[in-house]
Design a protein. Structure first.
Length: 144
């Protein structure tokens, strides 16, 4: 994983952890222990979905940069669909507070995306590699 990708992953994880802590405390105050546990599990589920997705996307960008947009769209769409299905399956689960779980998932998802956007804006990614550009000028067109 490239250092820029690691910084983006770390930034998104930090945002999610802070927002998750706030969601757990708020759900704990509103719904008690089951609310706090549900919100915590929801945030962990969201981070568990989006963290590996970002890792896979960075691997695709490294190996097949021409497939980056399609892979990003496919990964994000799949993650959101699976999260919605998971929330629908677990909405009537008796072992956790359903609304707190849904709040935790949504909080984790929004915080992850906000952290990823913020990290992308802060990371200085080169669009043109200056060393490769200077090496290209001594290529075939530089010869007589």
């Amino acid at each position: 994983m490239k250092p820029n990708d690691a910084r983006i992953l770390r930034g998104a994880a930090i945002f999610t952890a802070v927002a998750g802590l706030i969601a757990v405390v708020a759900s704990g105050l509103v719904a008690g222990w089951s609310g706090a546990a549900g919100a915590g599990l929801g945030v962990l589920v969201a981070a568990g979905f989006f963290g590996p997705g970002l890792y896979v996307l960075s691997r695709v960008a490294h190996r097949w940069p021409e497939l980056l947009f399609g892979a990003a769209f496919l990964i994000y769409t799949t993650q959101v669909v699976v999260l919605v299905v998971l929330m629908l399956v677990l909405r009537d689960a008796s072992f956790l507070h359903g609304r707190a779980f849904a709040t935790g998932v949504m909080t984790g998802m929004v915080a992850w995306l906000a952290g990823q956007i913020w990290s992308n804006l802060k990371v200085k990614t080169l669009y043109v590699d200056p060393e490769a550009a200077s090496g290209a000028s001594s290529g075939p067109e530089g010869r007589a």
